[in-house]
Write a protein that binds this ligand. Sequence first.
Ligand SMILES: [Zn+2]
Length: 147
Amino acid sequence: MPMFIDTSPPGHCIFCKIAAGEIPAAKIYEDALTVAFMDIGQVNPGHVLVASKRHAVTVLELTAEEAAAIMQTAQRVAVAAQAAFDPDGITLFQANGAAGGQTVFHFHMHVLPRHEGDGMALAWPRKEPGMQMLQAYAEQLKAALQA
Ligand SMILES: [Zn+2]
């Protein structure tokens, strides 16, 4: 997990300032809704952040149009990273809320070129609650989707 934590108030956060060009960043792409720039931490060469231009904290606050634009930009950046750095793999990583691993509270998605043994780890405990619970969770989500 990245150790940098931005505690700026909403609207004055570091990614708002980067999007506005108020502080320097190694930008690689921007359009009406998104901006892509080099992550200062660089897990591996070519590690890019794709952020919404508008200040939205998490995925829950994005408009559908912004969500689509973020994924389109992330996919373009991934294709460019593959061409430029020839990684063994690419991880798209996006965290929401402190409990979700978010450290800068302005929506962003990591495009992470990956190499065998590069030291990046994500614990993924399998809990396998069984089909009855899966169906119950599915019913909860379907009800929420229709609301
Ligand atoms: Zn912001």
